[in-house]
Design a protein around this ligand. Structure first.
Ligand code: FMN
Length: 440
């Protein structure tokens, strides 16, 4: 007697067909399937004719465009249905010290919570009766067009959550066409020679001397970076409670062995651990004339600093509080975004990160003036739980949610999202307060 469950068998068959269809379609990003998950017929008329009623999965589709689904992966990955749940999956896969290192924010984690909470400070203003047949997530940066506004933020820790984490992340970035910020130059150079490197930016937390800064520039240029990202919010490593409690060993990042002979506790309550305390605007004076690459400054939260950054020649700004891992007590990044956008006044693009977990979050960031967004922890969770496929699924899931949010909000395209798509949640409606089409 066979133990096979007929429903499971049918599901596996459908999945196999879907994967084959995705392969045949040749798209790394999207596959065409109908509402039952069956591959779309190539010939005209493949869709059934009929009425327009009915929910997902069953009704005749009339002349509507077909369902577009992201690629599917093995079952255990597909069971994870949103970015929050990737954290749960990673927690199960990781030693507690590694999980805590990635998850932790500084201090009481007020800022960590604020990053998420800021997304409930605004609501999307949906438009109706707009033709959103074509949903377009492409955006332009430094004269180039990219398919997705989701970037993988810079960060240590990829190699502790999984062996070869840097490489797996870079491969996932290549597959999903997400820009990757940071990464080991020699590895990316090799991938570039094979035509398989993602678009990537050299990333640094800053250098204290001109010679070191110029060395960073040369290294990045020689390895094929298409921009430089200077993170300016890390003069000191902040003591974070969770890694302090775990007796965090920083050598782990390099060696993948916990408690090496060089072991020292990386985080100690009350410590002051200098990283680049002497980083000033001098860095821009050293580096700006030395390279043609765009310089992105990450970690700006105020109008004053945004103006100074533009005056000092930056090509883009990332509004960021380092995923709440530095100074606890700062507000959420989405709340800082409008002041930075206003101060910059269109002179350079502004990007944002911190707590972005849903397609609707991306819409809110864009509506407040961001050109694109970065994610940090979510892709590390995907990496920890499922390796390269996990990172891809995280990007594709968020991208999928963004597509549906664009369709449902009436924006359709990233370019169309402006201030008229958002309102502060804390302000009651007053007659005359809403103009027709506020622009960015
Ligand atoms: C484990 C970890 C390490 C990080 N290391 C860096 C870093 O070296 N440089 C940097 O600019 N940002 C670093 N970040 C911050 C991320 O680039 C990004 O700004 C932040 O994670 C975004 O918030 P999110 O995690 O809520 O998406 C790190 C974040 C994490 C979680």
């Amino acid at each position: 007697m066979s133990n096979a469950n007929p429903h499971q068998a049918a599901r596996s068959r459908r999945r196999a067909i879907r994967n084959l269809a995705a392969l045949v379609a040749g798209s790394p990003f999207m596959s065409l399937v109908d509402a039952d998950g069956e591959p779309v017929q190539a010939q005209a008329g493949g869709a059934q004719q009929g009425g327009r009623q009915g929910g997902p999965g069953g009704a005749p589709r009339g002349d509507r465009p077909e369902v577009v689904r992201p690629p599917t992966y093995r079952d255990e990955i597909m069971k994870v249905i949103n970015l929050h749940e990737f954290e749960d999956a990673a927690k199960k896969a990781l030693p507690i010290a590694a999980y805590d290192y990635v998850a932790a924010g500084a201090g009481d984690e007020l800022t960590l919570r604020a990053n998420r909470e800021a997304f409930s400070h605004y609501w999307i203003r949906r438009k109706i009766m707009v033709d959103v047949t074509k949903v377009d997530t492409s955006f332009e940066l430094f004269g180039k067009t990219y398919d997705t506004p989701i970037l993988l933020g810079p960060g240590a820790g990829k190699n502790i959550v999984i062996a070869d984490g840097e490489k797996l992340s870079a491969q996932a970035a290549f597959q999903t066409k997400a820009i990757m910020v940071g990464g080991p130059g020699p590895m990316l150079l090799e991938m570039g020679k094979a035509g398989k490197a993602p678009v990537w930016w050299g990333a640094t937390l800053g250098e204290g001397t001109q010679a070191q800064a110029l060395e960073f520039v040369k290294r990045s240029e020689d390895s094929g970076a298409s921009a430089l990202c200077l993170t300016v919010d890390y003069p000191y490593t902040s003591a974070r409670d969770r890694p302090s409690r775990d007796g965090w060993d920083p050598e782990w990042v390099r060696t993948r062995v916990y408690g090496t002979p060089e072991f020292r506790t990386g985080f100690q309550a009350g410590m002051i651990d200098p990283y680049t305390p002497n980083l000033t605007w001098e860095w821009m004076k050293w580096v700006r004339p030395a390279t043609k690459l765009p310089i992105v400054m990450k970690g700006i939260l105020t109008a004053e600093d945004a103006r100074l950054a533009v005056e000092n020649g930056v090509s883009a700004i990332v509004v960021s509080n380092h995923g709440a891992r530095t100074l606890d007590g700062m507000g959420g990044t989405l709340d800082a975004l409008p002041e930075v956008v206003e101060a910059v006044n269109g002179r350079v693009p502004v990007l944002v990160d911190g707590g972005i977990r849903r397609g609707g979050d991306v819409i809110k960031a864009l509506a407040l003036g961001a050109r694109a967004i970065l994610i940090g922890r979510p892709f590390l969770w995907g990496l920890a739980a499922f390796g390269q496929d996990g990172v891809q699924r995280v990007v594709e899931l968020l991208q999928g949610e963004l597509r549906i949010a664009l369709g449902l909000s009436g924006a359709g395209t990233l370019k169309a999202v402006d201030r008229s798509f958002i309102r502060p949640a804390w302000k009651a409606y007053r007659p005359g307060a809403v103009s027709g089409s506020a622009s960015r």
